[in-house]
Design a protein around this ligand. Sequence first.
Ligand code: MG
Length: 350
Amino acid sequence: MQTTLRKSGKFTLRYRPYTLELRHVFTIAAGSRSTTPVVLTELEYDGVVGYGEASMPPYLGESHESVRTFLDRVDLSGFNDPFHTADMLAYIDQLAPKNTAAKASVDIALHDLLGKLMNQPWHRIWGYNTADTPHTSFTIGIDTADMVRQKVREAAPYKILKVKLGLDTDKMMIETIREVTDKPLCADVNQGWKRREEGLEMAHWLAERGVIFLEQPMPKEQVDDNAWLTENSPIPTVGDEAVQRLHDVRKAHGVYSGINIKLMKCTGMREAHQMAELARALGMKVMLGCMTETSCAISAAAQLSPVVDWADLDGALLINNDLYRGMEVVDGKVMLPRTPGIGIRLMGQK
Ligand code: MG
């Protein structure tokens, strides 16, 4: 596994590709996969190292190669002080129009570094109370009835399950889960429904079966249909594919009840925090999601979790080969480490 080392001025950036192995083949409306490519980063300043990560599920259009190409262009020699965070991350953002996961890998490493320099975890720097962390949902991908029953049993510690819908198996998925458990569910349709009347009928059917909210029911381009469904639905809707970055929050207001924030979509912790605060100010619900990621990116996202309504931070629980320890889930609840920065340590390290 090849590590690239780039020294620019007072900063040293290191990065290497890594491949996450999923515990189960994961199927959503967009397709199936059993691995996820990630890139692990380290940003060093004055002998202190911050850790970061880019996760690249294929539908986001990034890869080991595209992240490496992006990081090869990063030159921090114009910066002397890591606390000039706004300027540094504005520089990173303008290097390319997209590459949001690559950008997040630098943002997370920089935040970890800053937290270590301040000797505080980010939830404290942001002023959040660890007692307010939510329960995380555990995701059940689309599968056969036997596998769904098995996955639901494996998810015993979790208080809320997230069900992937959007194919022609939606009712089977829910009915199968209801044979095994009466826990609250949330449903992620991943833009799988195409007609709003069908969506509303399903929203009622799901609400009657204990589904508490709906994620991205219809394609994000169908703005009027999603807004109509939100207006009429008995349960709240959350925009995910429709909400990538800070400027999308205002556009989602009036179209969805809430937004799903993910570090890999929005370039990292700085913008994620801004999105959560803006959505709150607009009276919207806030959900915090993730990709399949190691405990590095998951623990970074979790710093924001005390301020959100719903969390789906199961990314590191779905893989076999995590490298870090950080955020943990105890009886389904997100537990934030008190360690400075994003709160991780290498597996096997005290
Ligand atoms: Mg989603």
